[in-house]
Design a protein around this ligand. Sequence first.
Ligand code: BES
Ligand code: ZN
Length: 635
Amino acid sequence: MRLLAPLTLLLALACSACSGGSSDAPEAAAPMISPILTSKDAQDPWSYAKPAIARVTHVALDLDLNFDKKQVGGKVTLDVLAKPGVETVILDSDGLVISSVTDEAGKALPFKVGPTVAGKGAPVTIGMGARRKIVITYSAPDAAALQWLNPEQTAGGKQPYLLSQGQPTLNRSWIPTQDSPGIRQTWEARITAPEALTVVMSGLSAGKPEADGAGRRAFSFTMDKPVAPYLVAIAAGDLAFRKLGPRTGVWTEPSMLDAAAAELVDTESMVDAAEALYGPYRWGRYDMIVLPPSFPYGGMENPTMTFLTPTFIAGDRSLTGLVAHELAHSWSGNLVTNANWADSWINEGVTSYFENRIIEKLYGQKRASQEAALAFAQMEDALKEEGAANPITALHLRPTQAAPDGGNSGIIYDKGAQFLRTVEHIVGREKFDTWLRSWFDRHAFQPATSAMFLADLRENLVKGDAALEKKLLLDDWVYKPGLPGNAVLPDPAAFAEVDAAAAAYARTKRVDPTAYSGWTTAERMRLLAKLPRTMGTADLAALDKDLGLSQSGNNEILFAWLELALQNRYDPAVPVAEKFLAHVGRRKFVAPLFKELMAQDAWGRAIAKQIYAKTRPGYHSVTQGTVDKIMAGGG
Ligand code: BES
Ligand code: ZN
């Protein structure tokens, strides 16, 4: 923290602008921000920035990756658009060590780092005077966004690795900028790293890496489209690339390349399918990186470079809904972005709907309706768990209810998708698709709120048709808890055979292995979800023996089995769970398994503690944070 005397004065001078007094100065020619951001429901409580007064428009990073110290450091140059007369700009930061702030010519500028709030970080207030370009020199010694892997945590075992996760509010831990999803910035980067490593980012590569002759290489990237700050991402490691199609390809460690490329062979067709549905892919390339298994999410839609967990590789492309999902975010999320995290369904719900449409185009109606039925069941579980009258089950949340780093996916993702499926069903697919495509076009590169979504739907789809308006129950879907009465139900035929087998299990205590071996992954997942929650040791042993669950190469199946087994204190599953938890850091898998163990008596708690003591250091801070709470009894 550093406070130079003139800053107090500068802050005082800027204060008329801070309190919204804009009458004294005319608007700058370029629009400061999307007008939507001034509405109340667009305010972002998780950011200190005041973009209506001074907004960062471009970020130029010049950083070094120090794998010995496990930290990034260097400088960032920010372009600021501010109202005339405004002399301060407020950035977000979290744990950054800022050594200087200067103007372009190197003249020191006063700055102050405010107090840190958990989950939000600390404001950096800079007295820029009349300048609109500032240079910050800093390091990020303990960035929550970044995970530095030792060679043993990689497939190759020889080189270290770095990966980042920005959404929702983590990028402020390695980039001092305004970190709010309603704000958009173009960016460029120059990143230096040890020469054995390749660096990739969520932007287009700007030429070949340059060696400095002293063991390091510099990689350059640009993102010339304005993106929300959570979408800047970086990874570095022993990486190889394989082309998949004219604009698609995959990066991963060399030993993973064949398996990754085989699993992702449909990607180019997915991009074509997505474009045919909802308009042009606007980002140039669509590349992916298959990361080490510690990546805390299944996937992350970083523009031009989707980040993927390797746990989606099943050998049969049965889990590529993940890829369809992250690709769909190129429209819903990256092009049209939730203005703040209380409207996450604008990103995730719309994307989950879109994902299913891509799956239908690529793999047909059967797989699509099965995956939709699984999602519907997850929504029902969420409604049951939270209580259908609980306000947390509305799509639009109050900031105090929202959990920016995930929330309840059964609501945000699955109820969100179900809303669009219902509108589609009522108005007809053709009309609905025309509207959704036009929604993306009208709001391209802009933030969006629930209110905007409904206003646009009314203006361009309902068009004053009172009977249609009445049928749609739009406000119920978005603002009310529970499931509106017009919800379209999943295809009852989707799981007819599996549901019959699950029902028979109650009597026979057996699942026919031959039938099971002919089932799709979705059908197998359905079976595991439908089996009784309370099972005896002998029945669990028979099930595992018949279906080979402990040996499943499909991580969704293995996870569902381990959950069931641990719920029932099935000892033989413990070593399998331990191995899984030591290898995989994906929060969706890791957190529920620790939760199951901790929900048991002393038996489970002891196992959980013993495993976590060993596996915690290998997890990303996102997973650590969630599991720490579970272990403390608060999860
Ligand atoms: N954008 C999300 C990941 C995310 C959400 C990160 C909230 C931080 C906060 C990503 O697109 C996603 O939804 N991933 C899912 C996969 C999907 C198929 C449901 C995941 O990681 O499991
Ligand atoms: Zn998503």
